[in-house]
Design a protein around this ligand. Structure first.
Ligand code: GDP
Ligand code: ZN
Length: 459
């Protein structure tokens, strides 16, 4: 299919050393050539080559900017269209001037995600791979990047295609049965076969879903609340975590962050520290909000780090907080063990119930790695190192796989209870469609537009 030519700044806005303007579409090379003065016309250069020259105003020939221009002819490009990338080294002002000149030609400003959308529409990548591009942009840790890269590489797509092929084989068997009802034996055969084969697919879907919790953590970070009485060391813990474990935070152009979130990465697991503004800057907001507000902050937490002070006896507030977090994933941290102990470790252990209790001195920086290991253990029992590429992490994919599993369970139950085989067929077909939505084979234009509109400009 032929589309119009689009352009956008492909690098994050701001004062970077180099900014790239990307053009894609049938007029990309001709347009760039009109603005380019170099040793050769860009129309004549070989594909996948880069050229030094000046960017000029085509109206009057005046030089605007010095640039390196890459020319990539279709189909071996990200969008499968002709692509030109203009690398400008000036600041924001000159990049915008170049973009302005580009847009005065037969070129339109790309919508957010439109380059990726074209890669999808032109069949270069499927929908789950396109979504991985977005996840990659937003990845908060190296593990999340590995997961997104795996998905972009088609790990999930291949799995989904495999599962759909199995469903198609079942559907084909059912079809034979419907077309040749005179074979009475076939009916019995098919129902039993259906239960067996259906169960095999269900097991595979369950395996995928089992990775979803970890996948979501890798993708979005483990929402972590640090709580405890004033002066136990919350800010100290926060500072040590943030200073020594810089998280990878990519700036997303065009979005404002209304919630201040702090990410740190421990053993490859991204933690999203809740309410860090309160804990950090106005040190004592959190301390003053007391138990009732803590309760609210805890609601959205995947993990609670509850600090106690070894040099003071437990008090009622400690006991109340301990009761509140009883049923949440939590680690009890007894801090300040460098000081003479005044609290009863036996009482702490008793109140902690199933929660692990760690002894730390944030002052001496002892026990931090034990804390890191404990967090990995709690959320990744098999260790996080292996095949992060195969974690299911996108909420849309997770929801679709859940629904597909449900539809298949219904199909198998229907077959077991001897319902007519065409009833069973509907559920299997449904599962097949749901899985198709993951890779974008059975998906509406509206959903496609919605998904791509969430991307960034220039991607
Ligand atoms: P918050 O009120 O819970 O945020 O506690 P802070 O992190 O502000 O710490 C309160 C005080 O305890 C500060 O003076 C810290 O230096 C000190 N502190 C933190 N951790 C330790 C520790 O392990 N040992 C000792 N002796 N002091 C600590
Ligand atoms: Zn504090």
């Amino acid at each position: 299919m032929d589309y119009d030519t689009i352009a956008a700044i492909a690098t994050p806005l701001g004062e970077g050393a180099i900014s790239i303007i990307r053009l894609s579409g049938p007029e990309a090379i001709a347009t760039a050539d009109k603005l380019f003065k170099g040793a050769k016309s860009l129309n004549d250069v070989a594909s996948h080559t880069i050229h030094y020259g000046k960017i000029i105003d085509p109206e009057n020939g005046r030089e605007i900017e010095e640039a390196m221009v890459s020319v990539m002819r279709q189909p071996k490009t990200f969008t499968r269209e002709d692509v030109v990338e203009i690398n400008c080294h000036g600041g924001l002002v000159s990049v915008n001037r170049v973009l302005e000149k580009v847009l005065q030609q037969d070129v339109r400003l790309a919508e957010p995600g439109e380059f990726t959308k074209r890669a999808f529409l032109n069949g270069r990548i499927d929908l789950s791979q396109a979504e991985a591009v977005m996840d990659l942009i937003r990845a908060k840790s190296d593990k999340a990047i590995q997961a997104a890269l795996g998905q972009m590489d088609g790990h999930l797509s291949r799995k989904v295609h495999e599962l759909r092929a199995q469903l198609l084989a079942i559907l084909a068997a059912v079809e034979v049965n419907i077309d040749y009802p005179e074979y009475d034996d076939a009916e019995v055969m098919t129902n039993r076969l259906l239960c067996e084969k259906g169960a095999v697919v269900i097991a595979q879907l369950k395996n995928l879903l089992a990775t979803a919790k970890q996948g979501r953590i890798l993708r979005d970070g483990l929402a972590t609340a640090i709580i405890g009485r004033p002066n136990v060391g919350k800010s100290s813990l926060m500072n040590q975590l943030t200073h020594e474990n810089k998280a990878i935070v990519t700036d997303i152009p065009g979005t404002t962050r209304d919630v201040i979130e702090e990410y740190v990465t421990l053993n490859g697991i991204p933690l999203k520290l809740i309410d860090t503004a309160g804990i950090r800057d106005t040190d004592d907001i959190v301390e003053k909000i007391g138990v009732s507000r803590s309760r609210a902050a805890l609601k959205s937490a995947d993990l609670v780090l509850f600090l106690l002070n070894a040099s003071q006896p437990l008090d009622d507030e400690d006991r109340q907080l301990m009761a509140i977090i009883r049923d949440m994933p939590a680690i009890i941290i007894v801090n300040k063990i460098d000081l003479p102990a005044k609290l009863s470790f036996a009482e702490v252990e008793a109140l902690a119930g199933a929660h692990p209790v760690l002894r730390l001195s944030l002052l001496n920086e002892t026990g931090i790695s034990a804390l890191e290991n404990k967090i990995s253990e709690l959320f990744f029992d098999e260790g996080i190192e292996k095949n992060e590429a195969d974690y299911l992490s996108n909420p849309r994919h997770i929801a679709l796989i859940r629904k597909a599993e449900k539809a298949l369970v219904e199909a198998v139950n229907a077959a077991k209870s001897g319902l007519p085989v065409d009833m069973v067929q509907i559920d299997i077909q449904n599962a097949w469609n749901l899985l198709g939505e993951i890779v974008g084979e059975t998906v509406s234009d509206q959903l496609i537009n919605e998904l791509f509109s969430k991307f960034c400009l220039g991607k």
